[in-house]
Ligand binder design. Structure first.
Ligand code: GUN
Length: 293
């Protein structure tokens, strides 16, 4: 039987509707809309398109979007000054610095400069540490979206073996923690570039999440019959038959896995929309906590 296609747009729409309702209730209570500030450094086309999509989602949810564009050659001090200005601005509830920065070596310092109460990405060490300890925290959007998607789709997680491929701070690491948290209760294996015999792990998994940033990471023969495949990859591959000259593919060989998987997310239209919807939810949550409502 062909796999069930997990339509991320559908699940994201429900999350976004709830965020919009919560934003409206916040505005009625405080007299102002929640506000998300997004900082974009340089002009990476993929980053720009994500930032544009985040701004549109804010508007759709009744969240005030603010976009701050800095040139690719902005100094580290200039970026830190923008972040500190947003920390001090009482009207800003959420701060997101789009990654990667043109100078990736600065990312740690820039993330640590964000007020943890406004860190809607959940990347600050305070939020990452609280997540690890199972304490209330702003939680990274893609991992939390994946956990919500599995729940909404009725895919059991308790006691199952989940294999996560990729150990990034954005997806792999926090997701491995979330999946093993009380209430989600998966047994989790985190695989990465140095894992020996990746297929030996993925073939044992009930759920495989592939967030490696590399096409063809998960191929035919690497999963067991009926497994759930969550594909986080968004890779641009040249394709002159497309108007933009490229097409988007995930990290999994979707067509090859359709016949074996029990359920699978497409790319695009799978995990991507969930990330943005959860960002809206985190922004309203940050606003409510800051306002004490
Ligand atoms: N780059 C790719 N995904 C993300 C994300 O979720 N947050 C930020 N800040 N940058 C990203």
């Amino acid at each position: 039987m062909p796999a069930r296609i997990l339509d991320g747009k559908l699940f994201a729409a429900a999350v976004q509707r709830r965020a919009a309702d919560a934003a409206a209730a916040f505005a009625a209570h405080t007299g102002r809309a929640p506000c998300l500030a997004v900082v974009l450094v340089g002009d990476n086309p993929a980053s720009r398109s994500y930032v544009t999509a985040k701004g549109r989602a804010c508007t759709a949810c009744g969240i005030e979007p603010r976009q701050l564009d800095l040139p690719a050659d902005a100094s580290k001090d200039a970026i830190l000054a923008v972040v500190r200005g947003l920390n001090a601005d009482g009207a800003v509830d959420g701060i997101l610095v789009q990654l990667p920065l043109p100078e990736p070596a600065w990312e740690e310092e820039v993330i640590e400069a964000i007020d943890p109460a406004k860190d809607v990405d959940g990347f600050h060490p305070v939020n990452a540490g609280r997540l690890l300890l199972g304490l209330p925290a702003l939680t990274p959007c893609t991992p939390v979206g994946i956990v919500h998607l599995l729940a909404a789709a009725g895919i059991p997680t308790a006691g199952v073996h989940a294999v996560v491929i990729g150990r990034s701070r954005i997806v792999g690491r926090p997701l491995s923690v979330l999946l093993s948290q009380r209430g989600v209760d998966a047994t989790t294996t985190l695989c990465h570039t140095k894992t020996r015999d990746l297929a030996a792990f993925t073939r044992e998994a009930d759920i495989v999440v592939v967030a490696a940033g590399r096409p063809h990471t998960l191929r035919a023969g690497m999963i067991k019959e009926g497994a759930t495949v969550i594909d986080v990859g968004v890779n641009r591959v040249p394709d002159q038959s497309r108007p933009k000259g490229y097409r988007l593919v995930g990290d999994a060989d979707y067509d090859e896995l359709l016949g074996t998987a029990g359920a699978i997310t497409p790319v695009p239209g799978g995990v991507g929309p969930l990330t943005i919807a959860e960002l809206m939810a985190n922004t309203v949550e940050a606003a409510r906590r800051r306002a004490g409502c």
